[in-house]
Design a binder for this molecule. Structure first.
Ligand SMILES: [Mg+2]
Length: 198
């Protein structure tokens, strides 16, 4: 499964959920699949998708918004692996991380990452996360659906092929605009959830 195939599955199951996406090809390819205001693209902020999503998950605890999704790459997660024990310690029930693991840095000529030898899913399990694994689109559909049902933190460890989708344009939007668009969407989403609960 290619990264963009995994992102197509993800976009199909997260249209009304906040999605925080790591930088470079992951953001670019998700925007090419579906550019929606519920996507927070962390341009140039490598390693922070899990941390930002952890904060959002804690902030959403008393709202009707059921989950927040962090989309990480293996290189990005290895830049800030502390997010795993932090999640295991704080136990944000609404946190789901989708790890797109190809064991290489996609932005730098596919240089290998430590994920070549280190199983990041096991690292998450050791930190107290529920972990589901997927390598094919139909497995990802099931793993993601399950992770959206159970209390977090949960990790969907997705094994993808190395390489980036071709003919995907660079994502050059101003991060301030992306952040404002996401914040406005999330505020409206919380308000809608409150109305449903009422
Ligand atoms: Mg990678």
């Amino acid at each position: 499964m290619r990264r963009i195939d995994a992102l197509r599955v993800l976009a199909g199951q997260t249209a009304d959920l906040p999605v925080v996406v790591t930088c470079a090809a992951s953001s670019r390819e998700l925007a090419a699949v579906a550019d929606r205001p519920n996507h927070l693209y962390l341009l140039d902020s490598m390693g922070l998708a899990g941390s930002v999503a952890t904060g959002i998950a804690l902030g959403l605890a008393d709202t009707g918004v059921p989950k927040v999704i962090a989309v990480e790459g293996d290189g990005s997660l290895l830049m800030n692996p502390n997010v795993l024990p932090t999640g295991g310690f704080l136990r944000p029930e609404k946190l789901v991380m989708v790890l797109l693991d190809n064991a290489v840095y996609g932005a730098t000529a596919n240089l290998p990452t430590y994920a070549e030898d280190i199983d990041l899913g096991l690292l998450a399990e050791a930190s107290g996360w529920a972990v589901h694994r997927a390598a094919e689109p139909e497995e990802l559909v099931a793993a993601l659906a399950l992770s959206l049902e159970i209390p977090g933190p949960s990790l969907v460890h997705v094994h993808i092929e190395a390489g980036n989708a071709t003919d995907v344009p660079k994502l050059l939007e101003d991060p301030v605009v992306i952040g404002r668009r996401f914040r406005d969407w999330l505020g409206a989403r919380i308000a809608t959830a409150v109305e449903v609960l009422a």
